[in-house]
Design a protein around this ligand. Sequence first.
Ligand SMILES: [Zn+2]
Ligand SMILES: [Zn+2]
Length: 235
Amino acid sequence: MKNFMQGVLKVLYPPYCVLCGELLPMEEWEKGICTGCASKIPFLTGNRCGFCGRELQHGEVCHSCLEKKPVFERGISAFDYDVLREGIARFKFDGSKGDGAIFGRLMAAFLLSYHQDWIEEIDFMTAVPLHRRKEKERGFNQADILCKSISENTGIPYQEDILSRTKATIAQSKLSARERHENIKNVFLSQDCPDKCILLVDDILTTGATLNECSRALYRSGAKKVEIFCLSVTE
Ligand SMILES: [Zn+2]
Ligand SMILES: [Zn+2]
């Protein structure tokens, strides 16, 4: 019986801390983070660029966002990618949906603690879509799993299928910054969303090319404001 229960729980929850990878005692699987990490969750706070969430010494917008102004209205990220590198790899490539639910819960806590004003303003959130074939391969879309969990933990409505990806592209991670912009151009389509304030969710913000293209599609379909929220941002 105990083994059976362990099996069921293992499908629902990761048996390790999603932040540091340390194995958890079974009674802590549901929490998904170890006591050490829970006592000092490394959320990105302090002075941050209002578009990408990267750290700022002074001012309100970072150099690269000033140089190439993002299409979206503003943006935040919950964690530094370096801290989550292994955790995100386990989630995306070892097919552990349970990790995503824990990450989403942490993103919800980040919003509730530091960006409560965002929650009131948003009409609904939606996920950066994967191409059908890619989603089938992986078994899930990581941004969709994050959205479901953020929605459950904040009450922000989640509208699936607002965005779709019209063609399969080369993975952005394999390309240079310039190639990323070309690779992703006009790849997304959006359903009508007149006058809506939308929170667009993804797992990693790197150059912002994908989030920019998704935002462009949403604005074309009538969105009033597109704001972005990522699990992590690269340096
Ligand atoms: Zn930990
Ligand atoms: Zn920036």
